[in-house]
Write a protein that binds this ligand. Structure first.
Ligand code: ATP
Ligand code: MG
Length: 560
């Protein structure tokens, strides 16, 4: 049995199909449960696409639930950023915006229910002692000396914990399960801890807070979540979540684990991303080198390309590292369709066309996007002085260099054929400062009526009409693919991940390009307008170069 959509089936669909068939559930309800302690990253996108995708596939619903159980690390700024990013990615939780903190009272009541059933107790061991009593994977734990308190005493102490009678860390509420369980999560885990901290949503109403383990499964149950999809590290927590739900006798979601996304050249832990921001390694959560959704957006990623990427990687049960060139491939495929082609010269070299009339300007027709016939054409000014890319000229060309060189003819895209007749060098440094060329008036539009062969085609802009811009080029934030475990990850930062070029020359039509809009700079890559950009200081980000490493890998694999 397959769902209504045609996307390929995976093991999660199999489980859901079975649950619908056996009548375990008659609907599908999922949720995306971020902790508001940082910005969302591309790994979260995988989870968002999966959870909202399942709801769509089965005609069900997906909630947004903030798991806000740790007031020390959580901030309203993060809540707003998370909502913005999910919407941008193209998903809608409608009116189902929930918070674990909405359930604090219910979680307190459930805890009282367990105390009354003799399944939970107040423990006076310190955090350190709890750890010491817990045992290891090879040794069983020891029972807390407070484990056998009476129900009355537990109820009294728990109520006084809530009332604020005890200092932070002095007591906890623990589940009474099994200190000898081979699963450490079952060794009397903590359910509530004392923490006199102001919560972004509940303020000072509470001085005890539920642990994530106590909050998560019950929050799913309260919301009627049928399929609680989470990452692999929660597999060992599943017996505990099941135990809680069975003891309480409440609605029981099915937990399904999948492998989290790891990407080459990227760190994905919020703790590490927070360090990059706080310690100034990047300009903020939305720095275009960050794997955050806000960073990717500023870099020029489209929601469509990220959703396509998430579809292609699929879901699996085994952890792996996805090659970042696949993400870039998805982006290129999308931008190729939508980004207008324009001419921009990043490192300009002045070229004077000696035989072109000094005051003349011709408007040359240029096609906007060969991939999209409806995109039309525009007019580009051509005049006696132009800029070309420094890289496109060599005074001493090596073999197989087909661009401009002394005495050589090249084609200017949408322009004319020109031949280099003279080179002006800086008398001190020898650097090339200007070229002199001649043009062939019979080659308007870059055509060759006599069929002669010209191998190089260059982009260019008219010097008198060009506008100035700053262009930011990016490389991977990290230098290596595999970050050593234990080693400080900041030692691995790529020192050349950002290169800022000023004095770049763009075709005049880009003067009023809106922030966020995408372009292909011919031969150079895809670029977008940065939010920092203004009419008197244009700023472009290079989103991605044109070289598609993934497509190359794919072709090589097919040949094998
Ligand atoms: P971190 O460990 O970096 O703090 P987290 O998993 O604790 O991340 P949450 O805010 O709790 O962050 O994550 C919300 C949801 O997104 C969870 O269901 C989590 O499993 C999922 N998620 C987080 N990181 C990834 C990832 N790299 N790949 C897939 N899903 C992820
Ligand atoms: Mg988490």
């Amino acid at each position: 049995m397959d769902g209504p959509e045609t996307k390929p089936s995976n093991f999660i669909h199999d489980i859901i199909d079975r649950d619908l068939k056996t009548g375990k559930y008659d609907r599908v309800h999922t949720r995306f449960p971020p902790e508001p302690n940082g910005y969302l990253h591309i790994g979260h996108a995988k989870s968002i696409c999966l959870n909202f995708g399942l709801a769509a596939r089965y005609g069900g619903q997906c909630n947004l639930r903030f798991d806000d159980t740790n007031p020390i690390k959580e901030e309203t700024e993060y809540i707003e950023a998370i909502k913005r990013d999910i919407r941008w990615l193209g998903f809608d939780w409608e009116d189902r915006e929930f918070y674990a903190s909405d359930y604090f009272e219910q979680l307190y009541k459930y805890a009282v229910q367990l105390i009354k059933a003799g399944k939970a107790y107040v423990c006076d061991l310190s955090a350190e002692e709890v750890r010491a009593y817990r045992g290891t994977l090879t040794e069983p734990g020891r029972e807390s000396p407070y484990r056998n308190r009476s129900v009355e005493e537990n109820l009294d102490l728990f109520e006084r914990m809530r009332a604020g009678e005890f200092p932070d860390g002095s007591r906890t509420l623990r589940a009474k399960i099994d200190m000898a369980s081979p699963n450490l999560n079952m060794r009397d885990p903590v359910m509530f801890r004392i923490l006199h901290a102001t919560h972004p949503r509940t303020g000072d109403e509470w001085c005890i807070y539920p642990t994530y383990d106590w909050a998560h499964g019950q929050s799913d149950s309260i919301e009627g979540i049928t399929h609680s999809v989470c990452t692999l590290e929660f597999e060992d927590h599943r017996p505990l979540y099941n135990w809680f739900l069975e003891q309480l006798g409440i609605f029981h979601p099915t937990q399904i684990e999948f492998a989290r996304l790891n990407l080459s050249y990227t760190v994905m832990s919020k703790r590490k991303l927070l360090r990059l921001v706080k310690e100034g390694y990047v300009s903020g959560w939305d720095d275009p080198r960050m794997p955050t959704l806000s960073g990717l957006r500023r870099r020029g990623y489209t929601p469509e390309s990220i959703r396509d990427f998430c579809d292609r990687i699929g879901v699996a049960k085994a952890n792996s590292v996805v090659d970042i060139t696949l993400l870039e491939h998805c982006l290129r495929e999308d931008l190729n369709k939508r980004a207008p082609r324009v001419m921009a010269v990043l490192r300009p070299l002045r070229v004077v066309i000696d035989n072109y009339p000094a005051e003349q300007v011709e408007w040359m027709e240029a096609i906007n996007n060969p991939e999209e016939p409806g995109a039309g054409t525009r007019e580009l000014p051509f005049s006696r002085v132009i800029y070309i890319e420094r890289d496109d000229f060599r005074q001493d060309p090596p073999k197989k260099y087909f661009r401009l060189a002394p005495g050589r003819e090249v084609r200017l895209k949408h322009g004319y054929l020109i031949t280099c007749v003279d080179v002006v060098n800086d008398p001190e440094t020898g650097e090339v400062v200007e070229l002199h060329c001649t043009y062939d008036p019979a080659t308007r539009g870059g055509t060759t009526p006599d069929g002669r062969k010209v191998r190089g085609t260059l982009h260019w802009v008219s010097a008198a009409h060009a506008i100035d811009a700053e262009v930011r080029l990016y490389d991977h934030l990290f230098a290596q693919t595999d970050l050593e475990e234990g080693e400080d990850f900041t030692a691995n930062l790529n020192p050349d991940s950002l290169q800022v070029l000023t004095g770049c020359k763009l075709e005049p039509g880009l003067a009023d390009a809106a922030p966020g809009s995408h372009y292909q700079f011919l031969r150079l890559g895809y670029f977008c307008v940065d939010p920092d950009s203004s009419a008197d200081h244009l700023v472009f980000n290079r989103t991605v170069s044109l070289r598609d490493t993934w497509a190359k890998i794919e072709r090589a694999m097919k040949r094998q």
